[in-house]
Design a protein around this ligand. Structure first.
Ligand code: ADP
Ligand code: ADP
Ligand code: ZN
Ligand code: ZN
Length: 746
């Protein structure tokens, strides 16, 4: 099997590197974040393979496929078709469930159409996405949404006083006139004084609340809001509309099917007393048990196939899910594992599978199981490429490619390539970090108090009581699905909402144009510096205002709308995409103009700026492991881990707060984790409380207090199985986490 050969790669920060990747082996790419791993694996291998695959389709199909730019490389030999299995959300909507996405629901439908009693019909009669099977009331969603318009009415006010609490309807506005000039309402009568008929007219446009509208131009507020809020995807709408929707739309279980999504005929059909909805509401382990009891000979092969599918999901650490769980509610790690399972079931071989940190969200016990699946994928004749920081995953590599030595311009070289035993001897950051065994912290801080959680019973939590200590660092542990996020991110954070700062990996609520400089609030300082040097106003250095390129208006691109096709986006020729006009670009600080300043990485910027306030922010970026980001990099291009760390940077100055983080080591190299731990010390020494959900054993070893949730996942979890210091856990605890901790100390 000829190796994949990459000659002269210069994509992003890569320094004209040449290397080989063995086929039908597991190759793990290591290196600090920003060193160039993704540039190799995603921007080069995956992109080029997809690009060449796409080129084989007819033009008509090609125009509908995503476009992959040609990577900056002299030549690549022996590529195979590739599949990227990343942590991007599975997306989909309420109709996409663990069952539909894994294909297991389709198999169950087939099973019911064959041996269900009484016989109903073909498999489509069991689909909630098919008119034959869906509950008519909720169209197969299992829930119904209602608009609560009354929440937006001020009953004490009349139209002239602004009775609709929505700025779109303020007196004199276009919307307001639609109603006020209809002649249907007394504009000076407060809503409270309306008769029943008048009230119906206001809400539904007709006196009886049903029938024909009184005045076709007035649809009634209820219908108006239903149209704008319910029957559209509002995710792309303005923040104003989204917030309005949150306040007005209530979701409830469908009163007809009680959340089971199917019509009566489908629900009455049973196998061994269970309906298909019953099966989809069970945890996978329980579902497996029910299936093994099916004795009907005509279904043996089908049942066996379903059980094999379930076993793969159970093996990869998802036994606690149920098939009816909607995919948008899954975490990034769960989504990735589900995708992996989907490919495990595929009979394709000779593919290249590419994984992005598959250990994210996984307990060491779960990692062990996932490693088994990666090996199986390889043994079926596939090439497996993994970007990973986890020691246990790195250890199963047949071949390791270590990228570095540093990040950004200080990275981009292959500093080591070879077997895992060779890596253990290598003098690289990864080699050194992997050899190091951290001791358990012995001098611990004392809690200054505690916050109680009582009788927590959300999801799988078993009415638990636990105290969260104040003023120290607590690490919350447990296998995937044990209930850590439910306990901390939902119950704890919900109960003490006002005093807690949640620092998660979710999108940063800021505009697309946000950058580290603007998000961390030092862009203004840079503008002031330029203004002072040049004697021009600050506003000249903003592309939203006086500094904007006159041709593109500060967008940097020209968008040409075409009928029936995607618009064509081209770089603005006037400014070359930099958004600023010449007047702004002519001004410099230390011979660098605004664009050049924003292209500096945080560590480069530290050599340029002397201003104390700017330097403070740059040092913070360095502390959270983001020194390789440029000051102007759009925040929407950051990875989940990077987003979490920049949010941490924004909150680092806090004193006396409660900070909650969910797996902050995601995306961090072993050596960066040491820096993160120092940062945690700093945060706690400033009088803050730190609560961290984490699987990383080095983080656990540095905790002042551990709360372990378990004993296992799903309904077998949800209890507090241990609380105490790391040393106490090491010495006496009988939990899965304690086992892993002991293994890592020996
Ligand atoms: P890793 O995967 O090791 O964390 P990356 O390959 O993502 O590192 O990044 C390597 C370097 O290339 C970093 O300096 C990063 O900022 C830069 N980089 C990544 N993507 C792009 C891009 N689309 N355009 C320009 N630079 C990029
Ligand atoms: P952990 O954080 O330890 O991985 P979670 O708190 O995410 O575990 O999950 C605990 C249990 O609650 C699991 O059985 C999981 O399937 C269930 N669960 C979590 N989120 C939801 C949700 N949005 N809807 C239904 N069940 C959920
Ligand atoms: Zn229904
Ligand atoms: Zn321009």
């Amino acid at each position: 099997m000829a190796d994949i050969l990459v000659h002269g790669l210069t994509q992003n920060n890569l320094k004209h590197v040449t290397f080989r990747i063995p086929k039908e082996k597991i190759t793990v790419f290591t290196g600090v974040s920003g060193s160039g791993k993704s540039s190799i694996v995603f921007d080069t291998i995956a992109a080029e393979s997809q690009r060449q695959m796409n080129a084989t389709y007819p033009a008509f199909v090609r125009s509908r496929l995503p476009k992959y730019p040609k990577p900056a490389v002299d030549r690549i030999d022996n590529l195979t078709p590739s599949v990227v299995v990343d942590q991007s959300p599975l997306g989909g909507n309420a109709r996409s469930t663990v069952g539909t996405i894994s294909g297991l629901y389709a198999s169950l439908r087939l099973l019911f159409s064959r041996i269900g009693q009484p016989y109903v019909g073909t498999a489509s009669y069991f689909s909630f996405n098919d008119p034959n099977g869906m509950c008519k009331t909720c169209s197969g969603l299992g829930k119904i949404t209602k608009v609560d318009v009354e929440a937006i009415l001020d009953l004490n006010k009349s139209w002239n006083e602004g009775c609709v609490k929505d700025s779109l309807y303020r007196p004199g506005s276009w919307y307001w006139k639609q109603y006020a000039q209809s002649g249907l309402f007394d504009l000076n009568k407060p809503i409270r004084a309306y008769s029943g008929e008048e009230y119906n007219l206001l809400l539904y446009g007709s006196r009886d609340g049903k029938g024909e509208p009184e005045n076709p131009k007035v649809t009634g507020l209820y219908h108006k809001y239903t149209k704008t809020l319910l029957n559209r995807d509002i995710r792309n709408k303005s923040r104003h509309t989204q917030e309005k929707s949150q306040n007005l739309v209530t979701e409830m279980e469908c009163t007809d099917c009680h959340g089971q999504r199917l019509n009566e005929a489908a629900l009455s059909c049973r196998i061994n007393g269970y309906s298909i909805a019953d099966l989809c509401g069970m945890e996978l382990t329980q579902l497996r048990e029910v299936l093994t009891k099916i004795t009907d000979q005509t279904a043996v092969v089908l049942v066996q196939t379903i059980i094999e599918g379930l076993d793969r999901m159970i093996e990869i650490g998802l036994p606690y899910l149920h098939l009816n769980r909607e995919t948008p509610s899954l975490s990034g790690g769960e989504a990735q594992r589900l995708k992996l399972v989907r490919y495990m079931g595929s009979s394709l071989t000779g593919m290249t599978y590419i994984f992005d940190e598959p250990s994210a969200g996984m307990h060491p016990r779960d990692v062990y199981r996932m490693n088994g699946l990666l090996r199986q994928l390889r043994d079926k004749g596939n090439t497996v490429l993994v970007v990973e920081h986890d020691k246990d995953v790195i250890s199963i590599a047949d071949y390791v490619i270590d990228v570095g030595p540093g990040a950004g311009q200080n990275g981009g070289n292959i500093v080591f390539a070879g077997s895992y035993p060779e890596l253990l001897q290598a003098d690289t950051l990864t080699g050194r970090a992997i050899r190091q065994i951290l001791p358990i912290k012995e001098t611990l801080r004392q809690a200054t108090g505690s916050l109680p959680i009582r009788d927590a019973c959300l999801h799988n939590l078993k009415h638990i009581n636990v105290d969260i200590p104040l003023g120290i660092m607590t690490v919350v542990t447990g296998v995937a699905g044990s209930g850590k996020s439910t306990l901390i991110s939902q119950v704890f954070a919900g109960q003490y909402e006002s005093s807690i700062v949640m620092i998660d990996q979710g999108p940063i609520t800021a505009t697309n144009r946000s950058t580290p400089a603007s998000y961390l609030d030092f862009f203004d300082e840079i503008r002031k510096l330029l203004a002072r040097e040049s004697g021009k106003p600050d506003s000249l250095f903003s592309f939203n205002s006086a500094g904007a390129c006159p041709v593109c208006g500060g967008k940097g691109v020209i968008v040409t709308e075409l009928a029936f096709m995607d618009p064509i986006v081209t770089e603005c020729e006037a400014c070359g995409g930099v958004r600023y006009n010449e007047k702004a670009l002519a001004c410099t600080y230390k011979e660098k103009n605004i664009v050049e300043l924003l292209r500096l990485t945080a560590s480069q910027a530290l050599e340029v700026f002397e201003d104390a306030k700017i330097r403070k922010h740059l040092k913070v970026m360095e502390q959270v492991g983001l020194s390789y980001l440029t000051l102007g990099q759009p925040l929407n291009t950051l990875s989940g881990g990077e987003r979490q760390r920049i949010k941490l940077a924004k909150n680092l100055g806090k004193k006396g707060g409660i900070i909650v983080m969910d797996e902050p080591t995601t995306g961090l190299h072993l050596s960066d984790i040491q820096n993160l731990l120092k940062l945690f010390d700093l945060i706690v020494s400033r009088g803050n409380t730190l609560v961290v959900i984490e699987h990383n054993l080095d983080v656990m070893k540095q905790a002042d207090w551990i709360i372990d949730i378990g004993p296992d996942g799903g309904k077998n979890g949800g209890e507090v199985v241990f609380t105490g210091t790391p040393l106490e856990m090491l010495r006496g605890a009988k939990t899965l986490t304690a086992d892993s901790l002991r293994a890592s100390c020996s």
